[in-house]
Design a protein around this ligand. Structure first.
Ligand code: HEC
Ligand code: HEC
Length: 243
């Protein structure tokens, strides 16, 4: 029973996770184990441990009552920010949300408008909030035609000459990210918010990616303003198949 549920949870998270399920089948395990490099395997195992902990921790109903205070800025059900540069939260990945809530609360992520919002909240309450927002249907948006092809090409292929990795590697081709690994969903997020965050990573004023070796700062470091605009426009209109 438990293992069937776990498997379904893992299957939902994308191709990397599928390899994990396959690893469990005795005859294929060895072959696939050899193909996975150590880092990927470690990441999957690590995030699996954390992810399952998070999923067990948060109470959606309790989170829903706590979230009443958040609606003023993040919109009814977290689906639309009050200002264009306020993030949408509905359907964001649970582990990512929880990580950010802890970092905002501790001040590691500087977010002046969030100041005070999380004061006095226990770890359990932060888990409840993360579980609630993650349980809502994912946000959606629409792209304009402005530099759409450039945005798509960087999202899918990166910029090799500048060492900018393809965003799909971590945020997935559909933009849903990877919950267990703590990679955020970006598809449908507001363009203004995306531009602001990518710019902050580039300038180093957002350093919440420390635990993942500063990868977003490194990637955004290679992007011009125009490329950031193009990416954000493309990403805001990314639609998930199967949703
Ligand atoms: C006064 C407005 C305001 C209120 C109220 C507010 N937020 Fe925020 N929140 C923001 C802004 C603005 C940001 C973007 C911060 C930044 O610039 O990095 C943000 C960011 C966040 C993020 C990070 C999202 C991401 O994609 O990284 C989370 C999570 C979050 N808020 C959760 C909450 C929760 C939970 C509550 C209610 C307990 C809440 N917020 C209440 C304005 C608000
Ligand atoms: C190697 C993995 C990896 C790659 C490749 C990657 N990202 Fe990220 N991205 C992350 C992680 C991990 C985070 C969360 C880091 C943190 O906690 O601040 C993140 C965060 C973000 C955020 C902030 C989301 C929010 O809600 O605040 C944006 C926007 C983003 N990435 C866009 C991109 C774009 C655009 C690209 C391609 C040019 C890209 N990423 C490539 C791993 C990656």
């Amino acid at each position: 029973m438990a293992s069937a549920t776990l498997r379904r949870g893992i299957l939902d998270t994308g191709p990397g996770a599928l390899s994990w399920v396959k690893l469990n089948t005795p005859c294929e395990g060895r072959k696939i184990d050899m193909r996975l490099n150590g880092l990927v395997l470690a990441l999957v195992l690590f995030s699996f441990a954390i992810g399952s902990h998070v999923q067990a921790g948060g109470n959606i109903e309790a989170g829903k009552s706590l979230a009443l205070a958040c609606a003023a800025c993040h919109g009814q059900d977290g689906s639309q920010g009050l200002m264009p540069n306020y993030p949408k939260l509905a359907g964001q990945n649970e582990k990512y949300l929880l990580d950010q809530l802890h970092m905002i609360q501790s001040g590691e992520r500087v977010a002046p408008l969030m100041a005070g919002q999380l004061n006095g909240k226990s770890s359990q309450q932060l888990s409840d909030l993360a579980a609630y927002f993650a349980s809502l249907p994912g946000f959606k948006g629409v792209s304009t035609d402005d530099k759409l092809t450039l945005g798509e090409s960087i999202y899918r292929g990166g910029i090799m000459e500048k060492g900018v990795s393809a965003c799909t590697a971590c945020h997935s081709p559909s933009g849903v990210g990877n919950n267990l690994a703590g990679f955020p969903r970006v598809a449908g997020q507001s363009q203004e918010y995306l531009v602001e965050q990518l710019t902050r990573y580039r300038e180093g004023t957002r350093a919440t990616d420390e635990k993942t070796g500063g990868m977003m700062r490194q990637i955004a470091g290679g992007l011009t303003d125009g490329e950031i605009q193009a990416l954000a426009n493309y990403i805001q209109g990314l639609q998930m198949s199967g949703e």
